[in-house]
Design a protein around this ligand. Sequence first.
Ligand code: GLN
Length: 485
Amino acid sequence: MELWKKSIKELKELIEKKEVKPSEVMESFAQRTRDVEGNIKSYVTDLTDQAVERAKQLDEKISNLSEIPELFGIPIAIKDNISTKDIRTTCSSKILENYVPPFDATVIKKLKNKEYLITGKTNLDEFAMGSSTENSAFFVTKNPWDTDRVPGGSSGGSAAAVSAGLVPAALGSDTGGSIRQPAAFCGVIGLKPTYGRVSRYGLVAFASSLDQIGTFTRTVEDTAILLNIISGKDPKDSTSADVEVPDFTQFLDKDIKGIKIGIPEEFFVEGLDPQIKELVMDSAKLLEKEGAELVSISMPTTKYAIEAYYIIAPSEASSNLARYDGVRYGFRASDYRDLEEMYSRTRDEGFGAEVKRRIMLGTYSLSSGYYDAYYLKAQKVRTLIYQDFMKAFEQVDLILTPTTPDVAFRIGEKADDPLQMYLSDIFTVSVNMAGVPGMSIPCGFKNGLPVGMQLIGKPFDEGTIIQVADRFTKLKDFSKHFPEF
Ligand code: GLN
């Protein structure tokens, strides 16, 4: 039995019925990791051996338990910008290379309460700024479907780990597409929940009004299981929302008759690869056959989302990253004459090119004299984008789009062209700007590379996304489809 091919749900059942031990589960994933991680490089900090040891302890513990915790012995990988107590959290940046947080992020606490096994901290674009994981200060993660290609980003390590079968699930973060775009490139399911659904406490801040923690899984059922666990109001994050958390597994195995799905014309225009367009439209028609109703809609201001995002995100980043001054965290330059020079050398040596570019862009947009023309204007555009979504949701229950304009690109192909790189998020950023939930689901292949479609829901209505995605994956299931090495 190849345990590493199983979903969380399947593994849970085997462990609960005592048909397999946690150590057997973990050993299977560990063997898979030994076999393929060298080609993929998804982990900045690989904790597989520790997880194997911990799993052996769980074998002992299980006999004394009257109730088995929900993630008992389930291996999960964590993006390396989510704080883990006593485990290095680098954000794939030199400036935090040796930083070990003294506390856990709220999501980590919640997973620990359910007795999950952490398998490692996954690679990302430095501070989650990027779309390919090439901006990591350490190394590039490879796409498991073609190791000459990028896994997407910024959560490329998490997406690649789930895709290659190193873990059944991983956590990531999404500010403009960093869960959904790599999920699409790697052929797995990625959910960015509604802004405020999941606590950001302990997520290293990039752009605080856009950042959200979410999941990578192979099945929609596993997404529902994890979302149940990580969601909810957190007194430590004032932007986490005090809204009821439904049991998301209730949305599984339901029919989708009468659900209205909007197809926005602005997302099917030039720049979108024709084969991807066809795959996504075929998927929409499949949902129509199942009883959903397709409705053409228009969201005219979403076409300004990238421009507005690249004002707002860098502005917030320039402020959030001011804390890395060589005094409080991690790296400090060794050679300086005075305090001023200590600051500037620390930041010059500690940050990579993309992070510096964003800090400069953001500082410029926020400076007096330019604030109204850039930052304020971008905020106004953001409001219009939000209104576009709310207007659409008066007509429809969900919106369906491609996740990316094309499949995974080659390593190096866009590395020297930031504008091209920024455009790979063209279909995902507006979702963060509006704060609504979005999921990428595999819907087919183009030349052997995975293609994703995106389902976007009303605020706090991850349930309907799960319902429709679950139905879809019952018809087109890629969860047992693994890349070969
Ligand atoms: N690729 C986008 C950026 O570089 C989004 C990143 C993200 O979602 N963290 O900002």
